[in-house]
Design a protein around this ligand. Structure first.
Ligand code: PMP
Ligand code: GLU
Length: 407
């Protein structure tokens, strides 16, 4: 054991042993490293819009800097943004919140983490349907909770059912964590499906519901309906998480927002006050512009993404052995690659699972994707189509060529 290893293992807290780096962030870093080494990589890893932040929003940030609005703010967020969030919920979801039910964070990620930190006691259970965003289970573990993974299958369109939910609930269940449109499957619950799930929750008053709606606007075949719009009377137990990262191509601005019962919004804001103090004032001002200005930029974005979705789905389905359902929302495809298990690569290795397939695509085709295993559904790939059509076409052609070489 090297001196460095001894030092690291003896100084690190035990909690570090229960988590790993975010697989999506790690995959992106690997792509950056390979590119720095001069390799050509087609990148389908990270879920990050390639489009620039719309000019009027960027301009609001620049103007904020120029007028010196670069100070600490209230931990829950500046009033201007909280009011913009309040109006957004009213306008788009027909939901009314008081300002003390709203909180702004450094990305939706911080708000999900803080909500769990504020509520989980050791051993409290959090129901997480598969496929799940890679950070949910680790966030639960880091806060002493127990992730209860609720499997779904492609045959059920990767959606949980009232029966499976009922069976997963125990007296220790603290949260059901729903994400719709889903990263990575794109699944969106219909109003009737939501009603049936919420009927189950209504019978279990110890369970809180968190709905991660960060992909709300990326809804290609209809209009998104929020669980709370369906059952507003559940508001005392529901937290809605959202943010500007995806809809306005603002990932690096790091602004998320949530609506929750006032006691929870306050607890999250207390945690923020003791951790990051507040989100950046400059970015909060830009986010307020994003939410209050003309929303045509969002509609334009969704039109662009719909074409990307249709292209990637068509090209992947043209590959023998692969099948790719068309995602209803978000900006990922989750193709089934079980048809390649057992095949041999040109250099004699056997593909035994989706992880082997991911490595093969990177080595043989220079295409970076993520494995379904990381999302709780082995046998699938996750590919982000938040990238330009040329990249999508080139990447799919390279994947097709690599697949043809498997025997
Ligand atoms: N939820 C889901 C499902 C995501 O995919 C992401 C990815 N960024 C987030 C939350 C976090 O978004 P952000 O922190 O950028 O607001
Ligand atoms: N949510 C994005 C993704 O799934 C960004 C990366 C992350 O935050 O993990 O790729």
């Amino acid at each position: 054991m090297s001196a460095n290893t001894t030092t690291a293992t003896s100084f690190l807290a035990q909690r570090m042993s229960v988590i790993k780096p975010s697989p999506s962030m790690a995959a992106k870093r690997r792509v950056d490293q390979l590119r720095a080494e001069g390799k050509e990589i087609v990148d389908f890893t990270i879920g990050e819009p390639d489009l620039p932040t719309p000019a009027h929003i960027a301009q609001a940030g620049i103007a904020a800097i120029q007028r010196g609005a670069a100070k600490y703010t209230a931990s829950a967020g500046i009033r201007e943004l909280l009011v913009a969030v309040q109006q957004k919920f009213q306008r788009e979801n027909q939901l009314s919140f008081e300002l003390d039910q709203l909180v702004v964070g450094t990305g939706a990620k911080q708000l999900i983490f803080s909500a769990l930190q504020a509520t989980l006691n050791a051993g409290d259970e959090v129901i997480i349907p598969t496929p799940y965003w890679v950070s949910y289970p680790d966030m639960v573990l880091l806060n002493d909770g127990k992730p209860v993974i609720l499997p779904t299958t492609e045959a059920q369109n990767f959606k949980i059912t009232p029966e499976s939910l009922e069976a997963a609930i125990t007296p220790r269940t603290k949260w059901l964590l729903l994400n719709a449109p889903n990263n990575p499957s794109g699944a969106i619950y219909t109003e009737a499906e939501l009603k049936a799930l919420l009927d189950v929750l209504a019978r279990h008053p110890q369970v809180l519901l968190m709905v991660d709606e960060i992909y709300e606007h990326f809804c290609y075949d209809g209009v998104y309906i929020s669980a709370l719009t369906v059952r507003p009377e559940l508001a005392p137990r529901v937290m809605l998480v959202n943010g500007v990262s995806k809809a306005y191509a603002m990932t690096g601005w790091r602004i998320g927002y949530a609506a929750a019962p006032a006691w929870l919004a306050k607890a999250i804001s207390t945690l923020i006050s003791q951790s990051t103090s507040c989100a950046s004032q400059i970015c909060q001002i830009a986010a307020a512009t994003a939410l209050t200005a003309d929303q045509q930029c969002v509609a334009d974005t969704v039109t662009i993404y719909k074409e990307r979705r249709d292209t990637i789905v068509r090209m992947l389905n043209d590959i023998e052995g692969m099948s790719c359902a068309s995602p209803a929302g978000a900006f990922y495809v989750f193709p089934n690659v079980q048809g390649f298990v057992g095949k041999q690569t040109p250099d004699g290795k056997t593909i035994t699972n989706d992880l082997d397939f991911v490595h093969y695509l990177l080595d043989a085709a220079g295409v970076a994707v993520l494995d379904g295993t990381a999302y709780g559904n082995p046998g699938y790939l996750r590919m982000s189509f938040a990238t330009d059509l040329e990249t999508i076409k080139t990447g799919c052609e390279k994947i097709a060529q690599a697949c043809r070489q498997l025997q």
